[in-house]
Ligand binder design. Sequence first.
Ligand SMILES: Nc1ncnc2c1ncn2[C@@H]1O[C@H](COP(=O)(O)OP(=O)(O)OP(=O)(O)O)[C@@H](O)[C@H]1O
Ligand SMILES: [Mg+2]
Length: 550
Amino acid sequence: MNLSMLSLFMSFMNRFNSSNAKVKAKTSKSSKTSQKNLQMVPSTMGETWATISSTIASIMFAWAIVCQYSPHEVRHLIENFKRSIKEYLNPYIQISIHEFTGDRMKRSEGYNLVEAYLSCNTSRSAKRLRADLETDGESLVLSMDDYEKITDEFQGVEVWWGLGKIAHSSRSNYAEQGKRYYKLIFHRRHRELVTKSYLDHVMKQGKEIKTRNRQRRLYTNCANSIKMSSGMWSHIVFDHKASFETMALDYAKKKEIVEDLQAFSMNKEFYERAGKAWKRGYLLYGPPGTGKSTMIAAMANLLNYDVYDLELTAVKDNTDLRRLLIETTSKSIIVIEDIDCSLDLTGQRKEKKEKVEKSCLEDEKVEEKEKEQEKEKRKEKERPKSHKKPQEEGNNGRVTLSGLLNFIDGIWSSCGTERLIVFTTNHIEKLDPALIRRGRMDMHIELSYCSFEGFKVLAKNYLSLENHQMFDRIESLIGETKMTPADVAENLMPKWPQDDPEKYLLNLIKALEKTKEAAAKKKSNKSKVIEPAQKEEVLSQDSLGIEKIE
Ligand SMILES: Nc1ncnc2c1ncn2[C@@H]1O[C@H](COP(=O)(O)OP(=O)(O)OP(=O)(O)O)[C@@H](O)[C@H]1O
Ligand SMILES: [Mg+2]
């Protein structure tokens, strides 16, 4: 190829020289000595051109010979020399970030992060944009189109980004053809800044943008759940609307929890400095319907985390538990609901609890126990046939308390970062103290019956009411009764949007009065049944109960 071009070039130059000679001959015939000086110019120019062209031709010829016949080492040296000349003449450095690297079928994470980063300023500066539907299927996200270029600025330095595509050619690897890559171009005097700080900045910002825009997931390890992904967890889109603003909870308590969560998510440096795994445990306890599950959803929404709902009864053994832990991602909440029903974690407290249960005839407790039994029955039905209750088989090949403790804060628990572990229970007294001690469950949150403050939140959520003359009556009643936020919410829930809110406030008042009456009746029945001596025993045992740590 080189040789044929060279011969063409040489023949062209020969023709050029001969025609030049002809012109010279012609002019010398027609004009005499007076024009001699004028003729000197074209002839000198022609000669110069001829010399240049023949030199170039000789170089090219020699080059072609060298390329073809010289040993590999020489060619390599020449290539290096060529490259250094090019580099010397071109002061710009280029970094490519490919969509797919190696034989991996998965998109490169670096490419994804650059894409997320650029999606932010693309719409401002790029002229050709590509619009893709977001993962939520509702909004369009803009990114730069193929072969488009944009300029970015970092600490006063300009850099250029381009999106390229590997062309379909015989030289490119077949598997790579059509794949995209981002190209970052910058002046070589900014090499340090770009490679050390700018790229870090791009990755960090990209991660933040991705986290902000991602669709969160609710994972479960339940054996009979619909399998939507490979691995030990299956997931669906997490789209719970709960938030701390809409939770019926006293303002001070709410504020404390929110601040604790926010401090946790922003305290990466502290955990690194203190040499602690970046995780925090929350124990949510209280009667059914007080908002434990709702609070988990509110936590996930506040911090933008995924939720891993761990069904302990479906976990084969401690090894599987560890595997599940390894497969969880950062920025997530690992939840074990009704932990007292999932494992035999009663420890030494079991005996004491039984004693208390025998003597204590408090109606509320009996009622709660009934609810609890119902719940356990329901769970038993839902439990996969192959998985018997752990306590039935002892610790043989099952999840054990020590396995669970290791899961929470053993050496393996540090394999991920920024994670919350949340346990919920209706019976805190049933749990082994080791499981809920500080350091494992850092914050114990009691969710209790609805207060007036809680009611006001619900009235605002359900009836858009901030104040009403009936509120006073509700305030006095709600202070004297034990009604869960779930029950209050049920009474306030409007059947039709155009309904009069008063109707529902009245509903609630009636329900509260009924609950109050029933409680009074039960109390008088109880005082008839329990002898004063027994009563004393019950009270003394109650006072032995769990301290409420908030
Ligand atoms: N504190 C609360 N604030 C707002 N809504 C609440 C609250 N507590 C309960 N609810 C309402 O009651 C329903 C049931 O609450 P939730 O499932 O969170 O209770 P829970 O404490 O998890 O009960 P369980 O112990 O039976 O699991 C929720 O759907 C929610 O609408
Ligand atoms: Mg719940």
